[in-house]
Design a protein around this ligand. Structure first.
Ligand code: DX5
Ligand code: ZN
Length: 234
């Protein structure tokens, strides 16, 4: 079983997704988002096969590692992740998540991530049921629920996925597990209250942080809304 300092935290974390950042000013933009309270830096890795887009690889993670001490959360939207996990680990990733849909031997892949002393996450697309994770929930540190079909930033939030979040919350209690629940896609000021009330603890946000304006101020605003919704939930 995975342990996050012995218990599940009720603090909501904001994970700015660099996908929507200005890559020519990446460190500056990331540091601004971190200064606003973005405690997890979300790194979207796309290979042009598993998803119809290409982004970045271990060299960017290595540069980010030099620029910030914040958690680097690498979301691998790639086929054959086993081939690249050691490189991402060496580059300085802290968390690595892989798609259930991309892993033929999911248990082995999660073990590989953990063998590098990293937090291991599993991701499900909007059309993938929570039930497909039944046999790995006891070995993952976090479950990432996609709330858009992966591949691009700036898409519309799919509210139906919140039913899966609620299921994951219930399963965690029933089975006495301690994975955290992360959501990715369409997270913004208007969608956050509903997301937090469903039980999500880590919010990934790309365009809402880097799309326009000051990343620091954007993160502050998002966290304010998230914290308020979380208090209402308690
Ligand atoms: C989508 C990526 C997301 C993306 C989210 O495939 O995994 O992390 O950056 O972007 P927004 O927040 O704009 O929906
Ligand atoms: Zn992502």
């Amino acid at each position: 079983m995975c342990v996050w300092n012995g218990r599940i935290s009720t603090v909501i974390e904001l994970a700015p997704s660099i996908l929507s950042a200005d890559f020519a000013r990446l460190a500056e933009q990331v540091l601004s988002a971190v200064a606003g309270g973005g405690s997890v830096v979300h790194v979207d890795v796309m290979d042009g096969h598993f998803v119809p887009n290409i982004t970045l690889g271990p060299p960017i993670v290595k540069s980010l590692r030099k620029a910030t001490k914040s958690v680097l959360d690498c979301h691998l939207m790639i086929e054959n992740p086993d081939q690249y996990i050691p490189e991402f680990a060496d580059a300085g990733a802290d968390w690595i998540s892989v798609h259930q849909e991309a892993c033929r031997h999911l248990n082995r892949t999660l073990d590989l991530i953990k063998s590098h002393d990293l937090k291991a996450g599993v991701v499900i697309n909007p059309a993938t049921p929570v039930e497909t994770l039944s046999e790995v929930l006891d070995i993952v540190d976090y479950v990432l629920v996609m709330s858009v079909n992966p591949g691009f930033g700036g898409q519309k939030f799919i509210p139906e996925v919140l039913n899966k979040v609620r299921k994951l919350v219930d399963l965690r209690t029933t089975r006495r597990l301690d994975y955290r629940i992360e959501i990715d896609g369409g997270v913004a000021l208007d969608t956050i209250p509903e997301i937090v009330r469903a039980g999500v603890e880590i919010l990934v946000a790309g365009s809402a942080v880097f799309g326009s304006g000051d990343p620091k101020k954007n993160v502050e605003k998002l966290l304010k809304v998230a914290t308020k919704a979380n208090l209402q939930r308690a």
